[in-house]
Design a protein around this ligand. Structure first.
Ligand SMILES: Cc1cc2nc3c(=O)[nH]c(=O)nc-3n(C[C@H](O)[C@H](O)[C@H](O)COP(=O)(O)OP(=O)(O)OC[C@H]3O[C@@H](n4cnc5c(N)ncnc54)[C@H](O)[C@@H]3O)c2cc1C
Length: 288
């Protein structure tokens, strides 16, 4: 396949190229998804726009006012190994550590993982659970989009072909909030998930009543799925074994796996959602 490889050195230059070759160009970051899609001829861009020379898109910063900001070119390996993330937002590091191999994580970027928009994408559940927003820029200016609404289908997002994802914005966590990310796959990180889940819980200071909860399921819908009914069963209630079983069943009822998925039957995925939801809540509340 023939294509022209362009390497803009600034956002402005990238936007000019994307506007000029709209519909015929594709951004490349780490290339771990894009190159496979090009090799399989699933996409045939005439222009490949390498944004990795733009220096200002790779960072992890945190401050009390603005919360956490991740540049789109931040590698998955950087998310995994950042001591600050491990301390303040461990679900991000846990999710990152489950993506592919170290070799893949060294080049794969968080922006690429979100823009590729697979329903099993490792970082998307954790970031939806954390109420992340994404900042995107295009010829019409910059816009901020809640990540939960960013995904519109398998491989589809609100991003226009002439826009670039700049950064991910994550608010500070409420006190007494903790969470966990669990991936279920046959061969560990190197495989895509059959089901993955992030549970985030805010507990009352006595640590027994759950005041807020986010349960986000992956690979059981065309986009990351908030199990809102299950969250509502948790919220305001004292967490014990019976409640956990009820929440797990409600989450399973909410899952909408695709019939005929090669990565697990409808029934198996639903059952795994039940098992993993229960396991995740038990881990977070240390009710084992
Ligand atoms: C062996 C192997 C194992 C893998 N295992 C996993 C896994 O376990 N879990 C998982 O989630 N993924 C997995 N992946 C997929 C892939 O590694 C990730 O999705 C990765 O994060 C993609 O990032 P990238 O920088 O390589 O994206 P690229 O391939 O460069 O781009 C992916 C898509 O996003 C677009 N894009 C990238 N950056 C931007 C931006 N800033 N603005 C606008 N559009 C952008 C590109 O145009 C393209 O459409 C695996 C891949 C391989 C090859």
């Amino acid at each position: 396949m023939r294509f022209e490889y362009l390497e803009p050195e600034s956002i402005e230059e990238a936007l000019t190229i994307l506007s000029q070759y709209q519909g015929r160009s594709k951004i490349i970051a780490g290339g771990t998804d894009l190159m496979l899609q090009m090799r399989n001829r699933a996409i045939k861009p005439e222009y490949v726009v390498d944004i990795t020379r733009i220096p200002s898109l790779e960072y992890i910063t945190f401050d009390d006012q603005q919360g956490l900001r991740l540049g789109a070119l931040t590698t998955i390996r950087a998310l995994e190994t950042s001591v600050e993330l491990q301390r303040k937002y461990p679900v991000i590091s846990q999710a990152a550590s489950q993506l592919g191999s170290v070799a893949i994580r060294n080049v794969a970027t968080v922006g690429g993982n979100l823009c590729n928009a697979l329903p099993s994408a490792e970082t998307s559940q954790a970031l939806v659970a954390l109420s992340a927003q994404v900042s995107v820029i295009g010829p019409r200016g910059e816009r901020i989009i809640p990540l939960e609404g960013f995904f519109t289908g398998v491989g589809k997002t609100l991003l226009q072909p002439d826009e670039v994802l700049l950064e991910i914005l994550i608010p500070e966590l409420a006190p007494h909030t903790s969470g966990i990310y669990i991936k279920h796959s046959p061969r560990g990180p190197i495989d895509l998930a059959i089901v993955n889940i992030t549970v985030l819980m805010t507990m009352e200071p006595d640590q027994k009543v759950c005041s807020d909860a986010k349960i986000v399921l992956g690979a059981v819908s065309s986009t990351p799925l908030r199990a809102r009914k299950a969250e509502n069963v948790l919220k305001g209630n004292r967490v014990d074994g019976a409640l956990i079983d009820r929440v797990a069943q409600v989450a399973s009822d909410e899952a909408r796996p695709r019939l005929g998925s090669i990565r697990g039957s409808f029934e198996y995925k639903k059952e795994m959602v039940r098992v993993l939801t229960g396991r995740a809540i038990r881990e977070v509340t240390a009710l084992k």
